[in-house]
Design a binder for this molecule. Structure first.
Ligand code: HSE
Length: 433
């Protein structure tokens, strides 16, 4: 009979406690499905004495998480501390150096240091798994690495951040503004006290960078996602009202696609999604990931992207893969076969756009605006001019036909220079699926 598979868990926050709970409650099922017992042999967190939802007194306590990697009997280190650098990165690097398998939920670390960590894992012939890092309980990584492994992936996109999806869904339902809904989300514990990573799109960028690497066989390159990342702070209650009139919802989307020349575009941004699209119905804290493969066509995964149960479910599934002897390469192919991505020229990346301006209500304004658009070949699809503000400026909203981002930027520069244009309030892509 095989000896138990021994794990050490670093981080006993929400997810860490969730992992302990699954392993305690589903021990029999895990053994039946893997043919081996799993055993937690050590844990580490900030405080040994803190009251927790799970019993941990039977496990060896280690104050310094990095030392978990030094325990001779540990087969696998489970890193649930988080953060791009610091103790989490130190622990994972050290564990791989020591020839331990690693399971992590740390998207920031995998997005930033994934290539080097994958090389270390390959060198030591151990696993580095990170299903929980992308879209929590949704098996997005396994979908790409296993279910869709026979396909060239043309695009991967979706709602990758539950906090933003919750805030945007609430704004859409209630008509309230961003600050008000964010505060409520924080009071209810749905949003972090410091919401920066979520609402500024950085968390989605981490996840998209990892999905891109797997989908297109390229080295994870976070900087090239961050360059094209914007968050949801600028989405106003008025944008929701206008989008509703036009038949759209507003969603923060992460999207990566590869063209026929093998060039890739990545972006994280608030987008208008037609109400009839499947993606538009994914509301609240749910995530959704869409994959387009050359043979499978489109595959959609929807589920909870955060929380103890969903995230721990993904962590334990990774542990079970390792117990079954899964030897997949960290990013689907060996690191020597990962290419440096060739990027699509951002100015050529075309879409339809929504443009929301505040303008003075005086003769000639519309003529100047449409002249600015037509000079650069932008064709208006729909146009609304309306007094949403009593005694205030007039809102002019246009949706365009498909146009290159570079042409749009030239138009926006021209609009800014017009005396009658008070402000360019929002510019969003309109995504068609
Ligand atoms: N903060 C993330 C979200 C969950 O709101 O989706 C962890 O990545």
């Amino acid at each position: 009979m095989q000896t138990p598979f021994k794990i050490a868990i670093a981080g006993l926050g929400t997810v860490g406690q969730g992992v302990v709970e699954i392993i305690q409650k589903n021990a029999v099922l895990i053994e039946q499905r893997t043919g081996r017992k799993v055993e937690i042999c050590a844990v580490s967190s900030f405080s040994a004495s803190k009251k927790r939802a799970v019993e941990i007194s039977q496990y060896k306590w280690v104050d310094n998480a990095a030392q978990l990697a030094d325990l001779a009997d540990v087969d696998c280190v489970v890193e649930l501390i988080g953060g791009e650098n610091g103790i989490a990165h130190e622990l994972v690097s050290h564990a791989l150096d020591k020839g331990k398998h690693v399971v992590t939920a740390n998207k920031a670390m995998v997005a930033r240091h994934g290539l080097k960590l994958a090389q270390n894992a390959e060198f030591k012939n151990v696993a580095l798994k990170y299903e929980a890092a992308v879209a929590g309980g949704i098996p997005a990584i396994k979908t790409l690495m296993q279910g869709l492994a026979a396909n060239n992936i043309k695009s991967v996109f979706g709602i990758l951040n539950g906090t933003c999806n919750y805030i945007l869904s609430e704004m859409g339902l209630s008509g309230r503004g961003f600050d008000d809904v964010l505060k409520e989300a924080q009071d209810k514990g749905y949003a972090e006290a410091d919401p920066t990573f979520d609402v500024d799109g950085i968390d989605s960028a981490h996840k998209l960078c990892i999905l891109s690497a797997l989908a297109f066989g390229v080295k994870p390159d976070l900087d090239n996602v961050l360059e094209a990342t914007s968050g949801i702070r600028g989405v106003s209650a008025l944008d929701f009202k206008i989008a509703e009139e036009l038949g759209y919802k507003i969603k923060l989307l992460g999207s990566a696609h590869q063209n026929d020349a093998g060039e890739i575009a990545q972006m994280v941004a608030p987008c208008l999604v037609h109400k009839s699209a499947q993606l538009a119905s994914v509301d609240g804290s749910f995530n959704a990931v869409f994959f387009d493969g050359d043979f499978v066509d489109q595959v959609v995964n929807v589920g909870r992207g955060a929380g103890a149960g969903p995230t721990a479910s993904a962590v334990v599934a990774d542990i079970m893969d390792i117990m079954r002897g899964d030897e997949s390469a960290v990013f689907g192919v060996k690191t020597r076969d990962l290419q440096g991505a060739k990027w699509i020229d951002a100015s050529q990346n075309d879409d339809r756009f929504y443009i929301h301006l505040s303008v003075d209500d005086k003769p000639g304004v519309m003529a100047n605006i449409s002249s600015a658009l037509s000079t650069h070949g932008l064709s208006i699809d729909e146009l609304i001019q309306r007094h949403y503000h009593v005694d205030g400026p007039v809102s002019v909203v246009m949706t365009t036909h498909k146009t290159a981002r570079g042409s749009l930027d030239l138009v926006l520069e021209k609009l800014k220079s017009l005396e009658s244009v008070i402000s360019i309030d929002s510019v969003f892509r309109i995504i068609k699926f």
